[in-house]
Design a binder for this molecule. Structure first.
Ligand code: ADP
Length: 356
């Protein structure tokens, strides 16, 4: 369910002191009340900087940040971090090692009356399942338990906004899966509006209502997980959010002609235009055929699927995913059939540009 925007960034840019290039440039997006937005991108693309600007740890050189209808950063306004109603879970959790779990959580409630503090701590311990751990020190806790404490500390003051910086990066894969589910349940129960920073596209697609994809400090695309995956607007997004191949083609008699099939000319490009068609492995079906000229180079067994690497006669590689029980030996010649939901085409000489 989407309602009104609770966090809005307009044209936000920031260059760190001593740096010659901006960490983030002209970032604009909104997060609606109750929604979880993931900021996704490779290391160094500016994800944490966006989070720190929203939290009030960095002041942007340009732009405007609004939280709960109130301007918190602009050319004329600046609201300190502690007055923004924002809770943050840091990548390394940043728990105080010399304080107990109870004292760590209470740290987020400075300035609150003792009665109200007790009530809020009781509530958040019950919500996050920390009862019994009050007197433990962080060093005696597992990664997942430390994450719960960090989450409890951030949520205890009932912030309007929860910011999560790579919260699962220190956990092993089994624990990550469990904690993702737990976090989603907690966010739903508290009706939190949150932003999750991650470099893991599966995590972003799995958890978020919306995904903001960043590349070298710029917002490449903002959309639902389905939009980002199926209709990426740039080749960078297409490639970053999942396995994608870009097969060369040419517009001929109003169609896009490639060596793996003929596709719709979605951009109504002129004949002879050179293009790249984005193809995902789940859109590629293969069928063994002795006379076919494409060949299986490798089978990547992924547990729930087999991902086949196929060599086309031109030398182009193409990936095809199939069920884990469908096994073809390496070297098998295969016929290829590509069935895309939407044809995503990029101009060949501007691969990073917008799709057509
Ligand atoms: P991400 O979270 O996507 O890994 P960051 O927001 O941490 O990216 O960093 C964006 C860019 O800003 C990177 O080039 C990084 O080296 C630089 N950067 C981050 N923090 C600082 C800082 N305190 N001083 C100078 N440069 C920084």
């Amino acid at each position: 369910m989407t309602t009104k925007p609770l966090i809005t960034l307009e044209h936000v840019s920031l260059t760190y002191p001593g740096s010659t290039s901006p960490a983030i440039t002209d970032i604009s997006f909104s997060v609606c009340e109750g929604d979880l937005t993931a900021i996704l991108g490779p290391s160094g693309c500016g994800k944490t900087t966006v989070l720190r600007v929203i939290a009030g740890f960095e002041r942007p050189a340009h732009g405007h940040v609004v939280i709960s209808g109130k301007s918190v950063a602009s050319a004329n306004t600046w609201v300190e971090a502690e007055h923004r109603g924002v809770g943050m879970v840091f990548q390394d959790y940043a728990l105080f090692p010399h304080l107990t779990v109870l004292q760590n959580v209470a740290f987020g409630l400075r300035g609150v009356t003792p009665n109200s503090q007790r009530e809020k701590i009781r509530e958040v311990f019950a919500l996050i399942g920390l009862e019994g751990f009050e007197s433990h020190y962080p060093s005696a806790l597992s990664g997942g338990q430390q994450q719960r404490v960090a989450l409890a500390r951030a949520l205890a003051p009932r912030p309007a906004v929860l910011l999560l910086d790579e919260p699962f990066s220190s956990l092993d894969p089994d624990m990550t899966e469990r904690m993702r589910e737990e976090l989603l349940e907690i966010l739903e129960r508290t009706g939190s509006t949150s932003i999750l920073v991650t470099h893991d596209h599966e995590e972003a697609l799995d958890m978020a209502d919306n995904v903001a994809v960043l590349n070298t400090g710029r917002l490449e695309q903002l959309g639902t997980p389905d939009e980002i995956y199926h209709t990426p607007t740039t080749a960078f997004v297409a490639d970053f959010v999942g396995q994608a191949d870009f097969v060369p083609g040419q517009v001929t008699e109003g169609k896009v002609v490639t060596e793996v099939g003929i596709f719709e000319n979605v951009g109504r490009l002129k004949d002879s235009t050179q293009v790249l068609v984005m193809i995902r492995p789940d859109d590629v079906r293969i069928q063994p055929c002795e006379t076919a000229s494409a060949r299986i180079l490798r089978r990547h067994f992924r547990g729930s699927e087999n991902l086949y690497r196929i060599l086309l006669p031109s030398g182009q590689l193409l990936y095809s995913s199939d069920s884990s029980t469908v096994i073809y030996p390496v070297g098998t010649n295969v016929d290829i059939h590509v069935e895309t939901l939407h044809t995503i085409v990029f101009l060949r000489d501007t691969q990073g540009g917008h799709c057509l």
